[in-house]
Design a protein around this ligand. Structure first.
Ligand code: ZN
Length: 374
């Protein structure tokens, strides 16, 4: 048994100081300092924040590797490198590519999840972002491989899929949403040119999520509220890329207040994350990274080099929200969004002892997975 002592414990509804957190592979509970069992190994985290392990449900790559490279070594490197940012679970995210490439990426994710050894971030399942998207709002995705919604791809891969993006204006999308949601795969609306009404119909059909709110979707106009309007007024989860480049930080606070515990911080990171500026690829397209911005040759934003702990820092510096609400945006909210909150996402007795120990500026000083320091 271990005990964190001296730190601030960031729980889902408050921050606790002056108490100890007991854990082995699982979280045992919180106790007063004079109640720590004598056999517990005391770990002094004075002056630090103890957060639940961070969860990134939308990342394409990290540290030079892409989840769609079809390379188990690369996937493993991503899973290991992400722990440096406090991430303990993630959804490798595929893009608009050929079915061959997409299903090869699914296989790699399957293998990595099956061979998990508790020394790197856990693959919760795949986030399939494309190919069922709008040509008009494809963003940095390749138009060449865009297809109509296809339940077959979902059925064949339901064991590894957690989330799929669909543009609801595509023909057959409502049926696709119904059938996919019944399989237990969460459906996200995104890369879409749909109007407000169609987005609301898609939510009625079972969609429960929006892919990177504001980016690659119809904007909010007071007479045509668009996909953004539907995202804000509905009960669906909304991803936000809080790098201050994809979305102006002046909107962080209103997005958070509109969505409350349904706002999910993601990185949408590509292989250049955790690497120096330079030339890279994303989904087969050339991307130049300069001063934290990733762009295609035509200037289109192409993923990010954001780290999830940085997203927390950006949220904290641009809003006046309480710390526990901000931390939940990268822990409990994403866990709930993909149905992984039974054993992850918050510091509660019985959940896995996955933690990110940070300073007050969200610099990660230690990451724990299943109770062991990585
Ligand atoms: Zn993405």
């Amino acid at each position: 048994m271990k005990a964190f002592i001296g730190g601030k414990l960031v729980l889902c509804d408050r921050v606790e100081s002056g108490q100890a957190l007991l854990f082995d592979e699982k979280i045992i509970g919180i106790c007063n300092m004079d109640e720590i069992p004598s056999e517990a190994e005391r770990i002094d985290v004075s002056g630090k924040l103890v957060l639940p392990g961070l969860i990134d449900i939308h990342t394409h790559g990290y540290g030079g590797h892409d989840c769609s490279d079809g390379d188990i070594g690369g996937m493993r490197k991503i899973a290991l490198e992400l722990t440096k940012n406090g991430v303990t679970a993630f959804c490798p995210t595929t893009m608009t590519l050929s079915y061959d490439s997409i299903e090869r990426a699914f296989d790699i994710a399957r293998r990595e999840r099956a061979e998990f050894d508790e020394k790197r971030a856990f693959v919760l399942g795949v986030n399939c972002e494309g190919p069922f998207i709008s040509e008009k709002k494809k963003g940095a995705q390749s138009g060449e491989f865009i297809r109509s919604p296809d339940v077959g791809l979902m059925e064949r891969n339901r064991d590894i899929l957690r989330l799929v993006t669909v543009a609801p204006e595509l023909e057959g999308s409502l049926e696709f949403i119904k059938e996919t949601a019944i399989m237990g795969i969460k459906v996200s609306l995104g890369h879409t040119d749909c109007d407000f009404e169609r987005a609301m119909e898609a939510i009625d059909a079972g969609a429960s999520h929006f892919t990177h709110l504001f980016n690659a979707m119809t904007p909010l106009n007071h007479r045509a509220p668009g996909a953004v309007g539907a995202a804000l007024v509905s009960d669906a989860y909304c991803e936000l890329i809080a790098d201050t480049i994809h979305v102006h930080p002046g909107l962080f606070s209103s997005a958070a207040k509109a969505k409350r515990d349904k706002l999910v911080l993601i990185t949408d990171s590509m292989r250049a994350a955790g690497m120096p500026d330079g030339n890279y690829t994303l989904g087969g397209q050339a991307v130049t990274v300069k001063d934290g911005e990733c762009r295609l040759l035509d200037g289109t934003l192409a993923g990010s080099v954001l780290r999830l702990n940085e997203a927390l820092r950006n949220m904290a510096s641009h809003t006046d929200l309480p710390l526990h609400e901000i931390v939940s945006m990268a822990t409990l909210n994403p866990a709930k969004a993909v149905g992984a909150d039974l054993d992850r996402g918050s510091i509660e007795a019985g959940k896995r002892a996955d933690f990110a120990v940070c300073d007050n500026n969200f610099n990660v000083v230690a990451t724990y997975i299943n109770g062991e320091k990585i």
